[in-house]
Structures are given as structure tokens and as C-alpha cells.
Ligand binder design. Structure first.
Ligand code: NAD
Length: 317
């Protein structure tokens, strides 16, 4: 598995990252044996980057990922573990200094770790961004100084949140950003922001190459926030691939992996089969390249919904 530098952190992360939200049963139940097998297989195939959050499954994802990593007996310095703070299933959003400071201790206990490699403020568009700038980032920096998190980041859907925050905090105080659903076959809008992020020295993580299930044969979960027009175009794209005996998931993974300015592509996985398929997609990309003909066909089908997204967060003043 290819390793890529993550901004200026010095971390080298696998191009395919393990998104652990499915381990919180976010996309359906995952038996513990299947979760352990998926994480074990991921490690065996060279995946070293794991992402979770207290929000996923109301803390279940963190506890299960911690259990799976312990069960795999992987040396701590061989894995890069990211979690988040500020978004909770029962409490909603709380990016106050007090809450995020307590949050990291709770996450470490659930994960069974002494430190996380990355601590993100999770979905920051759900609070006033000035709170993130003036209160949350300074609190995360104190956590970083304490050694409980090696690096800090911010996540969220609207791309405008990143320059808003990065232009207002001291240089190098945010190490990484995690953007989702904006670098895949149907939505490439993150690409316009990459030169800016590079100029800020910020590492770029992209998540949801399958658009949270839109670009899979099974389709998205009920809670998927995409407008119906986008869902039906993605369904048509998946049908097209199926009729040709091809996999939309493989093509979508490969598409997101093609851009080397993105350090890692987080894909949510719940079984060793999915791990094997996604790693195989990455390997095939490096040896044979992408199926250009199928890509053009899918881009044609998805053209009417290109970069279509959905509202997320509060109205910023
Ligand atoms: P995704 O696009 O990775 O899709 C996940 C879905 O695709 C799951 O249902 C999974 O079972 C399925 N899948 C994966 N591999 C497959 C395969 N080979 N064949 C068929 N189906 C397959 O969406 P995601 O899980 O939401 O995103 C990935 C990860 O990124 C998350 O788990 C999370 O760690 C992170 N993330 C973070 C944020 C945030 O911070 N705001 C938002 C979204 C995602």
C-alpha cells in the first residue's frame, strides 16, 4: 500500500484510509468478529490510518475500533489513529473549550490509547466559526501540548469553512483538514481549494469516496441527505456499471485515489471483503490505471448533478 506524506505532520499515511463509522453500525449492524477481521485484514494489507469519532454510533465506533486494534496487537507506532470532538449523538454540538478538553479523555478511554495522532473538531459548520477560531482551536492546541493528540484538524462539509478558519488562526495552528463528499466522481469541488490548502501547509484528508453509499450497488442508507435528483443519477450510474459487469465502487475508489495532493482517502468499511476490494482497487490503479472508457460514461451520466451537494450547518453571520 502506497504511503503518502500528510501535510507538514511528518506522518506517512496509507493512500486508502480505514473509515470506522461503519463500526458504529452507522450503515447497518456489524458483528464484532467481522469488525475485528476487517481491521486485521486492513493492517495486513498495509492500511495504517484509522478514523473514528465519538459521534459514530454514539461512541460505539470508538469502542469497537479500540477493541479491534487491541485484538490485532498492533504496535502503537505502526498506526495513525484519528478521532474527533465537538459532535455527539445525544448532546448535539458543543465546541466549547471545556467540552472538547473532556472529550479527548473520554475518547482515549474508549479507544484504550494514551494519545491519538489527530484530533479533529467535528463538523464545525454547526457552530459559529468564530468560536472555532477563538475558543476551540486554542483548546485543541493545549491538548496537543499535553501530548494527548499529536496533531489537530477541522472537518465539515461546506468548503468555505476551511479558508474562514485558516485565515484567522495563527499560522501552523491547524495541521490537517478532513473534507468529505467533495472529491469523487460526482463531486470534485475540493480540487479548487487544494492550492490554497497547500499554501497553508495543511494536510488534506478526503473522505467518502463512495459518497456515503451513493456510489455503491446497495445504494445509500435511509438517512443520506442528498437530494433525490443526485440519488437517482447515482443509481443510474451504478445500474450502468452493473449492466456492463463492472464495479462502480472500484471506479469511485480509484478516482479519489488518483490525486496525489490528497494524502489519504478514507473509505468506510465493515468487512474484510470490502477491505480487500478497496485495496485491490488501489493496487490495480497503480499497475493498470483507471478504466477511462467507463469513467467517461459515468461522468456523462452524472454531468447533470455535477458538484450537487446539500445544506449542512447553521447560517453563519
Ligand atoms: P463512504 O463513501 O466511504 O461509503 C461507505 C459505505 O460504502 C458503507 O456502507 C460501506 O459498507 C460501503 N463500502 C465500502 N467499501 C465497499 C465496497 N468495496 N463495496 C461495496 N460497498 C462498500 O462513506 P463514509 O463511511 O461516510 O466515509 C468514510 C469515512 O470517512 C467515515 O467512516 C469516517 O471515518 C470519515 N468521514 C468523516 C466525516 C466528517 O468528519 N465530517 C464525514 C464523512 C466521513
Amino acid at each position: 500500500m502506497e504511503l503518502r506524506e500528510l501535510g507538514g505532520t511528518g506522518l506517512r499515511v496509507s493512500a486508502v484510509g480505514f473509515g470506522a463509522s461503519p463500526l458504529g453500525h452507522v450503515f447497518g449492524d456489524v458483528p464484532r468478529d467481522a469488525a475485528r477481521a476487517a481491521v486485521r485484514r486492513a493492517l495486513d494489507l498495509g492500511i495504517n490510518f484509522f478514523d473514528t469519532s465519538p459521534y459514530y454510533g454514539g461512541t460505539i465506533s470508538e469502542s469497537v475500533l479500540g477493541d479491534c486494534l487491541r485484538h490485532a496487537a498492533v504496535p502503537r507506532d505502526q498506526v495513525v489513529v484519528a478521532t474527533k470532538c465537538g459532535r455527539y449523538k445525544d448532546e448535539g454540538f458543543d465546541f466549547s473549550a471545556g467540552r472538547v478538553t473532556r472529550s479527548v479523555d473520554e475518547s482515549l478511554a474508549r479507544l484504550g490509547l494514551d494519545y491519538v495522532d489527530i484530533l479533529h473538531a467535528h463538523d464545525i459548520e454547526f457552530t459559529h466559526l468564530d468560536q472555532i477560531v477563538n475558543e476551540t482551536i486554542p483548546a485543541l492546541q493545549k491538548i496537543k501540548e499535553s501530548g494527548k493528540a499529536r496533531f489537530i484538524g477541522i472537518t465539515g462539509l461546506p468548503l468555505s469553512i476551511y479558508p474562514y478558519v485558516l485565515d484567522r488562526v495563527p499560522p501552523c495552528s491547524v495541521d490537517v483538514i478532513l473534507s468529505y463528499c467533495h472529491y469523487g466522481i460526482n463531486d470534485t469541488s475540493l480540487v479548487d481549494l487544494l492550492p490554497y490548502l497547500k499554501s497553508k501547509g495543511v494536510g488534506v484528508i478526503t473522505a467518502s469516496p463512495l459518497s456515503m453509499g451513493l456510489l455503491t450497488d446497495n445504494g445509500p442508507p435511509d438517512w443520506h441527505p442528498a437530494p433525490e435528483e443526485l440519488k437517482s443519477a447515482c443509481r443510474a450510474a451504478a445500474d450502468h456499471c452493473r449492466k456492463k459487469g463492472k464495479s462502480i465502487t472500484k471506479l469511485a475508489m480509484q478516482y479519489s485515489l488518483m490525486n496525489n495532493e490528497i494524502s489519504t482517502v478514507l473509505v468506510g468499511m465493515n468487512s474484510s471483503k470490502q477491505v480487500e476490494e478497496n485495496v485491490a482497487a488501489a493496487q490495480e490503479l497503480s499497475t493498470s490505471g483507471i478504466d477511462e472508457e467507463l469513467l467517461r460514461e459515468l461522468e456523462g451520466i452524472l454531468e447533470p448533478v455535477k458538484n450537487m451537494t446539500w445544506p449542512s450547518g447553521i447560517q453563519q453571520a
